[in-house]
Design a binder for this molecule. Sequence first.
Ligand SMILES: [Zn+2]
Length: 505
Amino acid sequence: MATSVEPSAGARAKYEPVIGLEVHVQLLTASKIFCSCSTRFGDPPNTNVCPVCLGLPGALPVLNRKAVEFATLAAMSLNCEIRETSIFARKNYFYPDLPKGYQISQYDKPLAEHGFIEIEAGPFDSVQGKLAGTPVAPKKKIGITRVHLEEDAGKSLHEGFAGASEQTAIDLNRSGVPLIEIVSEPDIASPEEAYDYLTRLKEIILYTGVSDCNMEEGSLRCDANVSVRLRGEKKFGTKTEVKNVNSFRFIREALEYEIERQIEVIESGGKITQETRLYNSVEGKTYGMRSKEQAHDYRYFPEPDLLPLVVDEKWQAQIRSTLPELPEARRKRMVADYGITAQDAHVLTLTKSLADQFESAAKAAKNPKRVANLVQSELMGRLKARGLEIEQSPISMKGVAESADLVESGAISGKMLKDLYDLCFERGKDFPEVYAEQGRPQQSGDTSAIEKIVDEVIAANPKQVEQYRAGKKTVAGFFVGQVMKLSKGQANPQLVNQLVTKKLG
Ligand SMILES: [Zn+2]
């Protein structure tokens, strides 16, 4: 990391970082939170707008039921308690992309509170951000203070239109798009833990299907609050907020920089200013932007144009019934159900779609463990080599299951399977199709045919026979190889081995 402020290891060890994260997630509703305008990304500027989301005088908001259901589902997936009656509040501030002069959010009575996410507690691989070694490790709970609903603001444009060098334009398509804000407790003790928390959070939200969590399109945005204090100290230090960092890796880097910067300032007798800082990923540094508003500067008060939001027990039960099995629980069950390792389960649950496909294939196969092995050993490697995602694989999970059954029954050898997989990728076709095109090859268990080949090979290589009989038993491997070659890889290797040893005496 590029940094000019590196306190000594001794100074660094005296302090501990305290980190809290605020994550905004855009909900995948078709229309905005308080009007029926489309939420579609990438439409021409200011085409999805109406008096409500333009903030015109007299326009009244009407709450989107789907946004409430999605927000509640997300909160449930994060182990939150749902507040039966929550209140929308006006957060007043002036900004060019906020035509109303306030944002409708929630304040002292948010939709949900007191949740948590479990992360793996060290040791971490600092490059991967993942746990080194076994994935079975102690867990650490990171508290979630609150999950609340709010509307997004518009967007200032600084490029892509005539006169962009002198002017800023405003696109209000995003104004009124539904968001949830997920605020963590300051339980995060290192940049690595922050990275892991965000990875888990995104994985869980993706499983619920309430957001696509696409960081490039701004569907997931993260702000980090960070301070340092002397180890053992109870009181928090003064925090800074790092805003609008657009990847989890950059958040980790920004936090690493910011922690070192704060220690350096304190160690040299200075004071931390409470402020918002921006991260420059090219330089690997943060820069002060503006002093941070205190909460009371927003003049929060209950939104007079909206009734209290009531999500009663019956509605909560309905929403809870749509909660899918979440990644962590699914991994545990898959280990138990299919006899696979925790590592296998980790790879196979990277996305919900992959886990769904795997499970339907494994259920249909004779040996689920073999399906898991083939996915990891034969499929993932080939996908990675071609830069493909699992969704783009020519071989479906059903195809993997069929091939696993063929190996399981002894119909084809491991070598034949590899060749067939290569053909699938070359031709961009699924396994059953390629297997049929190749004439449904079978490894030969026909003893007399293999015996004939063994005899031929022995007759053709008298020198090697002599070596073998003189005690150089490793030469057997040469004969097995020759027989396999002549049978075009279709002889059963174990049978060949037996016959070669027998014939050579
Ligand atoms: Zn609208």
